[in-house]
Ligand binder design. Sequence first.
Ligand SMILES: [Zn+2]
Length: 98
Amino acid sequence: MKEYIIVRDNMPRTIVSVSKKHNSVWRMYYYDIDDDDNTWKFYAEKINPLLVWFYKLKKKKKCNNICDICSKEFRFWKSRFDKMPNQCEECNPDLFQT
Ligand SMILES: [Zn+2]
């Protein structure tokens, strides 16, 4: 099953975790498109502790839903404040970016 990201977020990377381990520095973990070969890759990056709340808001969860139009299950990444899409990428490509 392919995975999609909701287009409305203007930040291209998909943050999946923001955490601090063993009292050390805060890091965010995210997927982003590698310009060289155009594939999604996983990254970890140190972040400013003052911006932790910001990255937490941007964090995304993997979700499933059933498409209103074709009734197929589809999968996508969503942040807490994104609206749940009711149509899949094939029926409504404008909602998503690959
Ligand atoms: Zn559909």
